[in-house]
Design a protein around this ligand. Structure first.
Ligand SMILES: [Zn+2]
Length: 226
C-alpha cells in the first residue's frame, strides 16, 4: 500500500519500484490523502475541476504501472497537517481493511533542511507522519479506534515501511528495467508535468543520484523500517 499526499507523488518517488512489484506479482494499492486540488497557477481553474482532472490523471498513471485500487481521501491540498487525527483514523481503517504487508510513504523524519526532503511540501511530512502512526502503532492496537474493531475489522500489523523522499535512505531499489514505465506514468500527470521540457532527463538524473551510493544505475532510495 502506497500512502501519498498528492497525485503524482507515487509515480515520482516510487513509480519504478511499484512497476517492479507489480511485475513480480505483488498487488499494490494507493491511498491519496489529497487530490492536489490547489496545484495550479491557472486563474480560471476551480478546485473541484482540478480534483476531477487530477484524479483522472492519477488513475491513468496508476494503470500504466498496473495499479487499479486507489482510495481518494480528498483532504484539502496544503492543509493535511491540520487533518492529522481524522487522517490517522482513516488510514488505520484502510490498513485494517486491506491488510497490506508493506507500506510505502513519505519520510516524516526529515533531517537537514535540503531541497530534496519532504520539507519541500508540508503535506508530505503530514502524510508520512499520519501513515507512520497509523501503520506502526494504531492498526495493530485494538484500543486505537475500537469502533472499527466493534464494526468487525481486526487489528493488523504491517511488516515494514519503506520511507521515500528520505534524508537518510539506507537502501535502494533498482528501477533500470522499469524506469521507462515510471516516466510514462509521470507524463500521465499532464496538468503538472505537461510543460516540463525534458521530463525523461530530469527523472533520469534523479534516479542516477538515488542509486549512486549503491552503484545502481537507476534507482529509488528508501529508508526501511521493520
Ligand atoms: Zn506531493
Amino acid at each position: 500500500m502506497a500512502i501519498v499526499a498528492h497525485p503524482d507523488d507515487a509515480e515520482i518517488q516510487c513509480g519504478g519500484t511499484i512497476a517492479r512489484l507489480v511485475h513480480q506479482g505483488t498487488v499494490v494499492s494507493y491511498v491519496l490523502c489529497t487530490s492536489g486540488n490547489r496545484g495550479t497557477s491557472d486563474l480560471a481553474m476551480t478546485s473541484d475541476q482540478l480534483t476531477t482532472l487530477r484524479e483522472r490523471e492519477q488513475r491513468a498513471a496508476a494503470a500504466l504501472l498496473g495499479v487499479s485500487d486507489i482510495t481518494f481521501l480528498r483532504h484539502d491540498d496544503g492543509d493535511l497537517a491540520y487533518a492529522a487525527l481524522p487522517l490517522r483514523q482513516e488510514l488505520t481503517r484502510l490498513v485494517r481493511q486491506q491488510r497490506p504487508d508493506v507500506i510505502i510513504t513519505h519520510d516524516p523524519f526529515a533531517g537537514a533542511a535540503r531541497y530534496e526532503v519532504c520539507y519541500l511540501h508540508p503535506d508530505h511530512r503530514a502524510a508520512g507522519q499520519a501513515a507512520f502512526e497509523a501503520t506502526f502503532f494504531c492498526a495493530g492496537g485494538p484500543l486505537f479506534y475500537p469502533d472499527q474493531i466493534a464494526a468487525g475489522l481486526s487489528p493488523h500489523q504491517v511488516a515494514a515501511l519503506y520511507l521515500m523522499m528520505s534524508d537518510n535512505p539506507d537502501g535502494c531499489i533498482d528501477i533500470s528495467d522499469t524506469f521507462a514505465a515510471k516516466v510514462a506514468a509521470i507524463q500521465a500527470h499532464h496538468s503538472q508535468w505537461g510543460r516540463q521540457p525534458d521530463l525523461e532527463g530530469f527523472f533520469r538524473c534523479m534516479a542516477e543520484q538515488a542509486g549512486a551510493r549503491w552503484g545502481v544505475p537507476l534507482a529509488e532510495a528508501f529508508r526501511l523500517m521493520r
